[in-house]
Design a protein around this ligand. Structure first.
Ligand code: FPP
Length: 252
């Protein structure tokens, strides 16, 4: 058993067993705006800091051998924010993708994008296409970035695709299984997250990975996303490793 981290306060709750990591962690990046407001800064400064935190945490997840990381970067509802805020988030995503195009091969990190990407501007969609093409050649940690994503919309989109396959005779409604339906989701081929982390103090799912989180363990922390550290990630994983996961069964 490889132990990674022990809280100063002691006790086994702060220790991470690297041999029992979840395969897939999902994170809702929340609290950027409040982080900035508390410092008297514009909300956009919080998103810039949040993008830095994302770089640090994503790199660290790869380093400890996590197979899948999925983050909620922009929801279908986030278009309601000011034009300045939306364009800052889009600019940060572009900057990140431009950097990733240079480094993902070296780091063996694959990127995937989940959501309705059609309304995104052409430059961002071109960068996404480049990242997808590079990812096809790679085998390492798969980081999925949810942009213009909504969990209900994802399920409706999957249902429509299945219905279309029925219409053209490829599928029959009575053949549909849960595993078969998953193949129509944006997350096709990716195992469901075992651990969902939400920083920022809210304790809700906010339309994120509704199907995929059916059996996820939830970890909520008041720490705002720009302040989220590797130690906070350790705490979340350690908490997960202490959960009793029964999947509706009883403990043997
Ligand atoms: C939620 O915080 C955060 C967002 C809506 C945007 C997250 C986007 C980034 C960090 C930019 C780049 C992303 C990547 C993956 C490179 P909030 O503004 O809702 O916080 P609040 O609840 O404090 O207002």
């Amino acid at each position: 058993m490889k132990l990674l981290f022990k809280r100063k306060s002691g006790g086994s709750a702060g220790q991470v067993d690297l041999d029992r990591l979840p395969r897939h962690i999902a994170i809702i990046l929340d609290g950027n705006g409040r982080w900035a407001q508390r410092r008297g800064l514009p909300r956009t400064a919080g998103h810039k800091a949040g993008a830095e935190t994302f770089r640090t945490i994503a790199t660290y997840c790869r380093d400890i051998g996590l197979e899948y990381l999925t983050v909620y970067a922009f929801s279908t509802e986030n278009w309601k924010r000011s034009r300045d805020e939306v364009s800052t988030i889009m600019a940060l995503l572009k900057k990140y993708l431009l950097e990733a195009i240079e480094t993902m091969e070296r780091d063996n990190v694959r990127l995937r994008f989940m959501g309705d990407l059609a309304p995104l501007d052409q430059e961002l969609r071109d960068l996404i296409a480049q990242c997808n093409a590079i990812s096809e050649r790679l085998t390492g940690c798969l980081c999925s970035i949810c942009i213009n994503y909504g969990g209900r919309a994802e399920i409706v989109h999957a249902a429509a695709r299945f219905a279309e396959d029925c219409r053209i005779g490829l599928m029959r409604p009575e053949e549909l299984t849960e595993a078969g339906f998953e193949a129509y989701l944006y997350s096709a081929g990716i195992p469901s997250p075992e651990l969902l982390i939400r920083p920022g103090g809210e304790q809700r799912l906010s339309n994120f990975l509704l199907w995929q989180c059916a059996y996820a363990e939830f970890y909520f922390t008041p720490v705002l996303w720009p302040d989220f550290t590797k130690e906070e990630l350790h705490r979340a994983i350690a908490a997960y490793q202490h959960r009793d996961r029964r999947f509706g069964g009883v403990k043997k």
